[in-house]
Design a protein around this ligand. Structure first.
Ligand code: NAD
Ligand code: MLT
Length: 311
C-alpha cells in the first residue's frame, strides 16, 4: 500500500487518477503548518503540493519513506531540490498544463494596467463617475520586452503580436533565427530594458534570476515603462520597483506574485499605479485539471516503478 499526502488543494479530476488506482491510500490535509508536516511526513511515500506548501530541508530530512514529491504546476522554487536529491527523492512537476492560463492572465494584467480598469471599477462601485481620471494608453505599436521566452513567454509573445505590439525578447536559449521565425526581435538583457514600453518577466525563480530587475535595471528603462510580473515574486526587487514607481520612472505595474506569499502587508499594494492579483495566473478550471491529472499520473507511475514524464 502506498500512502500519498495531498498537502495543497488539488483538482478532483487529478485526484480521481489516484482514487482509481489499486493499493493507494490518500490523505488530504491542506492546512498543515510546517511543524505539523514535519511530524506527519514519515508516514508517506508520496507528497503532492502546489506553491503554498514549502517543502523545506527539515521536512525532507524527516521523510524517511518518501519516494516522490509531485508539484501540481511549473515552479519548483517552493521545494528544496538539493535536499530532495541528497535524500534520493524524485521531484516531478506539471510544466505544460497551465501555460495557456498563465499567458492569458499576463495579457489580462497588461491590458487592465493600461486601461486602469481595477481603479475605475472600484471608483464606480463606490458610486464615483470619474471618466477623466482614468485615461489609459493603447498597447498597439508599443514594444513589449519579454524576459524569459519559454513556454509562457512564447505564448505571451504571440498574443502581443495579435495586439499589434512589437516584441523584443531576451532568453539565454533564444537565437536570432528563432526570433526571426517568430516575427519578434532578438535582444540582449540590456536591449530589452532600454527599448521596451512594457516589460514582462517569465523566467523561473533561481539564484541567477533573483532580483535580476533591480535599481540598476530600472535606471536603464524608458521613462513611463509598464512592468508586468506573472512569474515569481523575487525576480523583480520589490523595494526598487516601489522606488521606481514613486519617482515616476515606472508608470505602473501589474503583479500576480510577491516575494512573500501569502502577503502580510505590502507597501507596493498601497500605490494606485499598482494592479495586483493573489497568484491567480494558473487559477482556471482548465489549468488546475490539467496540472493535477499530469502530476498524479507521474506520481502513480513512479510508485509503480514506471518512468515519469516530468522529472
Ligand atoms: P519555462 O521553463 O518554459 O521558461 C522559462 C524561460 O526562462 C526559459 O526559456 C529559460 O531559458 C529562461 N531563463 C532562464 N534564466 C533566464 C535568465 N537569467 N534570463 C532570461 N531568461 C531566462 O517556464 P514557464 O512555464 O514559461 O514558466 C515561467 C515562469 O512562470 C516560472 O517562474 C513559473 O513558475 C511561473 N508561473 C507562474 C504562474 C502563476 O500562477 N503566476 C503560472 C505558471 C507559471
Ligand atoms: C506555477 O508555477 O505553476 C504557478 O505558480 C501556479 C500555481 O501553482 O499556482
Amino acid at each position: 500500500m502506498f500512502h500519498i499526502l495531498i498537502a495543497d488543494p488539488i483538482s478532483d479530476e487529478g485526484l480521481d487518477v489516484l482514487y482509481k488506482a489499486k493499493d493507494v491510500s490518500i490523505t488530504k490535509e491542506t492546512d498543515l503548518k510546517s511543524e505539523e508536516l514535519e511530524k506527519r511526513i514519515p508516514e508517506f511515500d508520496a507528497l503532492l503540493v502546489r506553491s503554498q506548501t514549502k517543502v523545506t530541508r527539515n521536512i525532507i530530512e524527516r521523510a524517511e519513506n518518501l519516494n516522490i514529491i509531485g508539484r501540481a504546476g511549473v515552479g519548483v522554487d517552493n521545494i528544496d531540490l538539493d535536499a530532495a536529491t541528497e535524500n534520493g527523492i524524485i521531484v516531478v512537476n506539471a510544466p505544460n498544463g497551465n501555460t495557456n492560463s498563465a499567458a492569458e492572465h499576463t495579457m489580462a494584467m497588461m491590458m487592465t494596467l493600461s486601461r486602469k480598469i481595477p481603479q475605475a471599477h472600484s471608483a464606480l462601485k463606490n458610486r464615483k463617475w470619474e471618466r477623466s481620471k482614468y485615461v489609459g494608453v493603447e498597447v498597439k505599436n508599443k514594444t513589449l520586452g519579454i524576459i524569459g521566452l519559454g513556454r509562457i513567454g512564447t505564448e505571451v509573445a504571440y498574443r502581443a503580436k495579435g495586439q499589434r505590439m512589437n516584441v523584443i525578447a531576451y532568453d539565454p536559449f533564444l537565437t536570432e533565427e528563432k526570433a526571426d521565425k517568430m516575427g519578434i526581435t532578438y535582444g540582449e538583457f540590456e536591449d530589452v530594458l532600454s527599448e521596451a514600453d512594457y516589460i514582462s518577466v517569465h523566467t523561473p525563480l533561481m539564484k541567477e534570476t533573483r532580483h535580476m530587475i533591480g535599481a540598476d535595471a530600472f535606471r536603464q528603462m524608458k521613462d513611463g515603462v509598464h512592468i508586468v510580473n506573472c512569474a515569481r515574486g523575487g525576480i523583480i526587487e520589490e523595494d526598487a520597483l516601489y522606488d521606481a514607481i514613486v519617482s515616476g520612472k515606472v508608470a505602473g505595474a501589474a503583479i500576480d506574485v510577491l516575494e512573500e506569499e501569502p502577503f502580510q502587508d505590502h507597501k507596493l499594494l498601497e500605490l494606485p499605479q499598482v494592479v495586483a492579483t493573489p497568484h491567480l495566473g494558473a487559477s482556471t478550471v482548465e489549468a488546475q485539471e490539467n496540472v493535477a491529472i499530469d502530476v498524479c499520473h507521474d506520481v502513480l507511475s513512479h510508485l509503480n516503478g514506471d518512468q515519469v514524464k516530468n522529472p
